[in-house]
Design a protein around this ligand. Structure first.
Ligand SMILES: NC(=O)C1=CN([C@@H]2O[C@H](COP(=O)(O)OP(=O)(O)OC[C@H]3O[C@@H](n4cnc5c(N)ncnc54)[C@H](O)[C@@H]3O)[C@@H](O)[C@H]2O)C=CC1
Ligand SMILES: O=C(CO)COP(=O)(O)O
Length: 336
């Protein structure tokens, strides 16, 4: 049995706390909001984030960050990406040398273009930072529906340790050394999911969705490989796997926000309506900046930016994507 701190009481932190509790570990969830901690503690449920899911008494809920980090065998970071750096900074004094921190949020920092593990390493240099990602909606994980994810770590030893900590009969965990590829797949898919939602909101069909998923993973892979990620991560659970679930699922926050935008809402109105964190909106600008920096063509990412931030009508964005110059599907494939 391990002592585990989960930093973040949103739907994903809570769902992972349930997995870890089922596996026999002692889990403490840290909540940023006192009202959220009080409500979970009293009702043994997170009604706004995971309605109807019982949170057993053994799981402690607290707003004491020090107590949730100090002395823990593993600390899981599950706060929204825009709060990751600030939260890591606050955690730093309580983290011992080589303590294992697992980031499970998905995002890229605007401006610095750093992944979340890079930000955590900058703020907590003494930590051993790993990541966990894959096609895994909290609503399904918390109901014990079979799910697969990948843990990425600096050493095989850490990855296998974490695999044993998280894995059970309904939560299968693979290991990988490709932290960069895992993080890029998880963050960039959210931007494509917004586009898939927009297509649904415009009333387009399955053909359009399949096109966005396939051309979307081509964009993600082109950039990801140039940035040092491995092809296998983009063709695996943390790439195409996560993109499929996000673009197709009724649980997806990014897809939902896209649907509302496709139906005519502004980005701000859509985010307010979804109520939960819509990471693709925060990663979209960073994705566009990365495409420029690494000189990679990412037309879907570009159109998402124009719709979100420059007032381009969604229908025009789709037409413009369709009417780009004709080209070969894969420009690296020779004809002879
Ligand atoms: N919900 C899901 O199914 C999955 C979510 N993720 C990722 O996990 C991360 C967290 O997402 P969710 O749990 O879904 O979010 P959520 O929308 O369910 O909850 C957000 C939580 O963040 C907390 N919070 C708000 N401002 C904060 C701040 N400044 N500092 C620290 N905490 C703050 C709130 O208390 C709230 O509990 C995101 O990056 C998301 O992409 C990854 C896989 C699955
Ligand atoms: O990353 C996630 C699922 O793997 C959560 O993001 P969405 O809710 O937009 O799908």
């Amino acid at each position: 049995m391990a002592e585990i701190g989960v930093i973040g009481s949103g739907s994903w932190g809570t769902a992972l706390a349930l997995v870890l509790n089922k596996n026999g570990h002692h889990v403490t969830i840290w909540s940023y909001l006192k009202e959220e901690a009080d409500e979970i503690g009293e009702k043994r449920e997170n009604p706004s984030k995971l309605p109807g899911v019982h949170i057993p008494e053994e799981i402690e809920i607290t707003t004491d960050l020090q107590g949730s980090v100090e002395g823990k065998d593993v600390v899981v970071l599950a706060v929204p990406s825009m709060a990751t750096r600030a939260t890591a900074k606050k955690m730093c004094p309580y983290v011992k040398e080589e303590q294992i921190l697992v980031n499970v949020a998905k995002g890229i920092e605007e401006g610095t273009l750093k992944t979340l593990s890079e930000q955590i390493e900058e703020e907590i240099p003494q930590a051993n930072v790993a990541v966990l990602s894959g096609p895994s909606h909290a609503e399904e994980v918390s109901r014990e529906l079979p799910t697969t994810v990948v843990v990425g770590a600096e050493t095989e030893e850490t990855a296998i340790y974490l695999q044993k900590i998280f894995m059970n009969d309904v939560f299968r965990v693979y290991t990988s050394p490709d932290i960069k590829g895992i993080e890029l797949g998880g963050s960039l898919k959210n931007v494509i999911a917004l586009a898939a939602g927009v297509a649904d909101g415009l009333g387009y069909g399955d053909n359009t969705k399949a096109a966005l998923i396939t051309r979307g993973i081509a964009e993600i892979t082109r950039l990801g490989i140039k940035m040092g990620g491995k092809l296998e991560s983009f063709t695996g659970l943390t790439g195409i796997g996560d993109l499929i679930v996000t673009c197709a699922s009724k649980h997806s926050r990014n897809r939902k926000a896209g649907v509302l935008i496709g139906e005519g809402m502004t980005m701000e109105e859509a985010m307010a309506e979804v109520k939960m964190v819509v990471e693709g909106v925060y990663s979209a600008k960073a994705a566009r900046e990365l495409a420029e920096k690494y000189e990679v063509s990412m037309p879907i990412v570009e159109k998402v930016n124009q719709v979100l931030f420059e007032g381009k009508p969604a229908k025009d964005a789709v037409s413009e994507l369709m009417m780009r110059d004709g080209r070969s599907e894969y420009s690296n494939l020779p004809w002879d």
